[in-house]
Design a protein around this ligand. Structure first.
Ligand code: ARG
Length: 566
């Protein structure tokens, strides 16, 4: 489509006698693709030309319709209400099927060639359960990473584990009083959560426990071997549990350098802030004043000299810039942390780092369960383990009923169950708040992951029965409207990928792939494939292969597994 737009833009330029430069806009960017193809396949709105040509848009469109020399592939042009609408030759679309099939990477414009992106996502706080609240950052983050990798970026995925802070003083005290290595080995994170809750309860009655915890954390920071060993154990137990979920989803990280990794890198940052005159004392604590930028101050050092979340993020960003030399560094967290990121991004800018504008915060809406805030203490929380286990067993039950002879049934159930949950999490714009319901997360009907996987399997099944022939076999075939509609949808893929990449918005892909599936299913029902013959059959098989390629690529981008058979 892009080549056609280029050709039309230059034809329009010649006919109108005005260049994009004179108009202050690139001519190809003016072209639109009308939703309703009865209006036309492409449209040039003539409003921007009116001033330069001193004619009304309607007159310009009518004149252009008369004078424009249409490039190959465009059958006719029609002027309607200031728009010049173009009708593309169905034969042109037929030719584009080959272009898709020839290019397994159709969709990428290699936007990131030679560039590096770092993405900080998932990043749970250790010793805490992995719950639906983490689903967003995990699947949105991975989809954004996939999109960048597809577009040629070198990607570094970082799981910035929350593995440092005063809570570990509390946990160490609680562990020594009420738990043991064996109990933790047996009960995993649950044990750590329980003793943490017990600590909170008991410290209300016995405030001196808090002093013990503070002292324990100070010891930990000083490098007390016994405490370090306990802390490492907490980390190992937590990671073991998180890894199961990551493996289930097929998500891999390049680094697990969490908050603790940056403890020894912070004094230098604090020093640098001081030298650059950015630190001011406020009630004993050290802060960077951000009032001129309409934000509350960034807290750098507490009164007792201990560092804070923003301090660690600044140190981590400076370190990552040196280590990876990124073109951009992306952080995916809930919108609740937006102010935190805006604040410390500003501090990095004030430090004089010109790459401050390469730091990108990608927020997503908060999730509630049953209309209430997620809170592990009140039990209003759904663990990711449970969620995926439930989804997989539901998928397995459905398959048992509908297709008991399916080979690899369990594997397919895993693909479909996880696919349902992931697709649901990626289906709306990320910034929208969501309310978790089991019905939605486990829905397999309508616009869901399983529907997309099912359509992919349908196309795969056609191609198992008849192989995809080469272009010659389909030569001369002129596609019918349901076929051109599908091709047009497929050709939108590069633009959709680009939009998803630029807007950090995986839902652009999830919505798009639903359009592809809908168009494929209309085609499948209205245009017999295996019961046709000759060039017609060859063309339909090729179109099936092209649709399968793009549905498959979209699933890959969303971290949803392809299912060859359901
Ligand atoms: N551990 C944090 C949390 O669970 C998320 C970390 C996000 N990344 C960062 N660099 N601050 O809320």
């Amino acid at each position: 489509m892009e080549q056609l737009i280029q050709a039309l833009a230059s034809a329009a330029q010649t006919a109108a006698g005005v260049t994009g430069e004179q108009l202050g806009v690139s001519l190809p960017s003016l072209f639109e693709q009308p939703e309703d193809s009865a209006v036309g396949d492409l449209a040039l709105p003539c409003f921007r030309l009116a001033k330069a040509l001193r004619k009304s848009p309607a007159v310009i469109a009518a004149d252009l319709a008369e004078t424009i020399v249409l490039p190959d592939g465009v059958a006719r042009a029609e002027a309607v209400n200031g728009y010049l609408n173009f009708f593309v030759d169905p034969a042109y679309y037929a030719g584009r099927v080959g272009a898709i099939l020839q290019n397994p990477d159709f969709g990428t414009r290699h936007q990131g060639a030679g560039k590096t992106m770092v993405i900080d996502y998932s990043s749970p706080n250790i010793a805490k359960r992995f719950h639906v609240g983490h689903l967003g950052t995990t699947v949105i983050g991975n989809a954004i990473k996939n999109l960048h990798a597809f577009c040629g970026y070198r990607c570094v995925g970082i799981n910035y584990l929350g593995d440092w802070g005063t809570q570990f003083g509390k946990l160490i005290v609680a562990y020594k009083k009420w738990s043991s290595a064996d109990r933790v080995a047996e009960r995993g994170i649950e044990e750590l959560v329980d003793i943490y809750v017990r600590f909170s309860d008991e410290s209300e009655k016995e405030p001196s426990l808090n002093d013990e915890a503070r002292a324990a954390f100070a010891e930990l920071e000083r490098g007390n071997e016994e405490y370090l060993a306990i802390w490492r154990y907490f980390k190992e137990i937590s990671l073991r549990e998180y890894m199961k979920t990551y493996e289930l989803l097929g998500i891999e990280f390049d680094s697990f350098d969490g908050e603790s990794f940056f403890t020894d890198k912070m004094p230098a940052i604090v020093e640098e802030l001081r030298e650059k005159g950015l630190l001011v004392q406020d009630d004993g604590a050290w802060i960077v004043d951000l009032a001129p930028y309409g934000m509350p101050p960034a807290l750098i050092l507490k009164r007792d000299g201990s560092t804070l979340y923003p301090t660690r993020d600044i140190a981590a960003a400076v370190w990552r810039k040196k280590e990876y030399d990124f073109d951009k560094c992306i952080y995916v967290t809930s919108a609740g942390q937006s102010l935190h990121f805006a604040q410390w991004f500003k501090v990095v800018e004030l430090m004089g780092y010109d790459w401050a504008d390469r730091l990108v915060h990608v927020p997503y809406g908060t999730m509630s369960v049953g209309g209430e805030k997620l809170a592990s203490r009140t039990g209003n929380v759904i663990l990711l383990d449970d969620l995926f286990a439930e989804a997989i067993s539901k998928a397995e039950a459905i398959m048992e009923e509908k297709n008991a002879s399916l080979p690899n049934r369990h594997e397919t159930a895993v693909a479909v169950g996880t696919g349902a949950v992931i697709f649901n999490a990626l289906s709306g714009s990320r910034i929208k708040d969501t309310n978790f319901t089991w019905e939605n997360a486990l829905s397999f009907d309508g616009n869901t992951g399983p529907y997309v996987q099912y359509t992919y399997a349908r196309a795969s099944s056609v191609l198992r029965r008849a192989a995809c022939p080469d272009a010659d076999a389909a030569a001369g075939y002129v596609p019918a409207p349901d076929e051109t509609a599908l091709i047009k949808t497929l050709l939108r893929f590069p633009a959709r990928v680009d939009a998803a990449l630029c807007e950090y918005e995986p839902s652009i892909i999830s919505r798009y792939v639903l359009d592809v599936c809908a168009a494929y299913n209309v085609f499948y029902h209205n245009c017999p494939i295996l019961r046709s013959s000759g060039a017609e059959q060859a063309f339909r098989l090729r179109l099936t292969a092209a649709a399968r390629q793009i549905i498959g690529k979209s699933l890959d981008l969303l971290t949803i597994r392809r299912t060859e058979e359901i």
